[in-house]
Design a protein around this ligand. Structure first.
Ligand SMILES: [Fe+2]
Length: 301
């Protein structure tokens, strides 16, 4: 049978490294949306924690949703998702762990590895280290708006013979049914992974985020965390996640700070739109720079 699956999504239990509020979908709301969108298999993959799963396991089951416990681990060399692991696995999969150590922990617990946005332009993915991981590769992520990131992920997955999925990396309600993987499988977890590994999949609703979606979401985050952002501006806006190399560039940091100052004062200002455009421009430039490095790596595979 055909099952619609979403294997990479977040809930309010995910916390951002700089602005804490990074998802406005509670675990219960996530299940309601999955039900409404006819997504029968789903993994909650919050950053570095598994708090959501026990809260909604029964709620999901009653609604006929096969819920998988997952985690998006922040390793030293990029993010890595572990699926079908027991709650509390973050005790072992600590934030900032070595990539290979994270891989070994996931495998030793009988979990499955999903490699999210491997060629993300901001460097949040594992990039070239993909060849050491060998898991299921995310070949569509709506946030990869330059397009080359997913194209490269697909080429590499094909070259290395790795299974592929599309996913949403959803941080707000409307994102949940972007990048759905339709799996031809029986309605149980093992069968779903078996089918994914055999390539019995097709992808639906692979639509990238629009400029206005990104803008509105960023604004909402800043305004929801008004006091936190104000405090951070006052004390200097230091970047505390070193894998976001883009944000460590001085010019981007200055623009980012200006955007934050404007957005908490005047969220509808034209100046803010202009600054956001400039930031997007520099980010894209950086992205094209990374593209060259990744293209080099792929040609040598
Ligand atoms: Fe994610």
């Amino acid at each position: 049978m055909e099952l619609r699956a979403q294997l990479h999504m977040h809930t309010t239990e995910s916390k951002g490294a700089r602005i804490e509020m990074e998802c406005n979908v509670s675990p219960k709301k996530a299940i309601d949306i999955l039900k409404k969108k006819n997504i029968r298999v789903a993994a909650i993959t919050d950053h570095d924690n598994t708090r959501a799963y026990p809260k909604v396991k029964d709620y999901a089951e009653k609604r006929g949703i096969i819920l998988i416990n997952g985690i998006e681990a922040t390793t030293k060399e990029g993010e890595l998702i572990g699926l079908n692991l027991e709650p509390g696995i973050e005790e072992e999969l600590k934030k900032g762990i070595d990539l290979l150590e994270a891989r070994d922990i996931i495998l030793s617990h009988g979990g499955e590895i999903l490699i999210p946005h491997p060629f993300d332009m901001r460097g949040r993915g594992v990039g070239e280290r993909i060849k050491d991981i060998k898991g299921i590769v995310e070949v569509f992520n709506p946030g990869n708006v330059l397009g080359f990131e997913d194209k490269f992920a697909r080429i590499v997955a094909e070259k290395l013979g790795l299974p592929m999925v599309a996913s949403s990396d959803a941080h707000w309600p409307e994102m949940i049914d972007r990048g759905v993987t339709v799996v031809d499988s029986e309605p149980d977890i093992n069968s779903v992974f078996d089918s994914i590994k055999k390539g019995k999949v097709r992808f639906e609703n692979c639509k990238y985020l629009s400029w206005s979606e990104i803008r509105n979401w960023s604004l909402m985050r800043v305004n929801e965390s008004y006091f936190q952002v104000k405090e951070r501006i006052k004390n200097g806006w230091e970047v505390d996640c070193n894998y976001m190399k883009i944000a460590n560039q001085r010019i981007i940091r200055l623009i980012e700070r200006a955007i934050l100052e404007f957005s908490i004062k005047k969220p509808t200002s034209k100046v803010l739109d202009f600054l956001a455009f400039v930031s997007h421009f520099f980010t894209s430039l950086y992205g094209w720079h990374r593209r060259r490095d990744y293209a080099n790596f792929i040609s040598l595979l």
